[in-house]
Write a protein that binds this ligand. Structure first.
Ligand code: C2E
Ligand code: MG
Ligand code: MG
Ligand code: MG
Length: 284
């Protein structure tokens, strides 16, 4: 039994400590119980049209409400979940929650284009992921057009032929596909053009120092230009200031996500944001 609820206990969940098999086993149990005991929750962050601030989508972001540690960041427990294979169950749960929520918003008449769900490379590489997606769609009766999947760049450059076949199946089911944290991995452009993608997400590390940092400005511009010529949409992550948003819009990037618009919030809070927008549009 693990009873380290002291100040250091957050270290318990960091991936670099997870080499010891016994420790790994205990952490796995914690996380498994979290899933069973409803300690996991999906938050949603708005994706916004820069020119008028309209919410056009949402990204699902997982949260772990730990009884002793409070909110544990996914950056801390996703690596553990990947290492133990628990990500397969957790990832399926997030997808199901997100599909149900996307359907609720659609039935309530909010015209969100999509809910975007993070998918781990482990899910793609080590499971029949397209079958899982299909199962969740059937089970939740969710319109696949309401869902987008976000996969990081490094995932798609590993076992590329296999990934292409999985992506093609997912596209055939009707979902959209986005590459997350784009620019931080090392994509082969020849592989990239063979993937059935809809969107690249410009990583927040290139957005943080805009507009002042000339290198980041050049990188953001290059990603946008390349995405354009390959026929992909672009969204900028981590937008925190009006100056960043203005620069991105000027550059031709029309969609953004970040604290400038909203932090990730609960489904209930997100619904309130959508409702406030609907009321505002009616009175205009
Ligand atoms: P990500 O998918 O790149 O998500 C963006 C992260 O940036 C989120 O952190 C979000 O809260 C944060 N963020 C959003 N706007 C801003 C901003 O303006 N400034 C700053 N500084 N940060 C911002 P979060 O929620 O802690 O998630 C971290 C990472 O954990 C995600 O990065 C994603 O890779 C992973 N993750 C989250 N949920 C899931 C999930 O359900 N499945 C999987 N496989 N991974 C997930
Ligand atoms: Mg993401
Ligand atoms: Mg990202
Ligand atoms: Mg990330």
């Amino acid at each position: 039994h693990v009873k380290n609820s002291g100040k250091n206990s957050h270290c318990f969940y960091s991936a670099d400590l997870s080499k010891n098999a016994n420790e790994l086993f205990m952490m796995e149990n914690h996380l498994r119980r979290a899933l069973e005991r409803d300690q996991l929750e999906v938050y949603y962050q708005p994706q916004v049209r820069i020119k008028d601030g309209k919410i056009i989508g949402a990204e699902s972001l997982l949260r772990w409400r730990h009884p002793e540690l409070g909110m544990v960041s996914p950056a801390k427990f996703i690596p553990l979940a990947e290492e133990t294979g628990l990500i397969l169950q957790i990832g399926e749960w997030v997808l199901r929650e997100s599909a149900l929520q996307a359907s609720r918003w659609a039935h309530a008449g909010y015209d969100l284009n999509r809910v975007s769900v993070n998918v781990s490379g482990v899910q793609i590489q080590r499971s029949n992921f397209a079958d899982t997606v299909y199962g969740v769609l059937i089970e939740t009766d969710c319109n696949p057009r309401l869902l987008e999947l976000e996969i990081t760049e490094s995932t798609v450059m590993h076992n590329t032929e296999f990934v292409i076949s999985v992506f093609n199946r997912i596209k055939n089911l009707g979902l959209k596909l986005a590459i997350d944290d784009f620019g931080t991995g090392y994509s082969s452009l020849s592989h990239l053009k063979r993937l059935p993608l809809d969107k690249l997400k410009i990583d927040q590390s290139f957005v943080r120092e805009l507009p002042g940092n000339a290198d980041d400005a050049a990188i953001a511009n290059a990603i946008h230009a390349m995405a354009n010529s390959l026929g992909f949409n672009v969204i900028a992550e981590g937008v925190e200031t009006e100056a960043q948003a203005a620069f991105l819009l000027d550059m031709g990037c029309e969609i953004a996500q970040g604290y400038l618009y909203s932090r990730p919030v609960t489904a209930t809070q997100f619904t309130a944001l959508l409702e406030a927008e609907r009321v505002k549009n009616k009175t205009e």
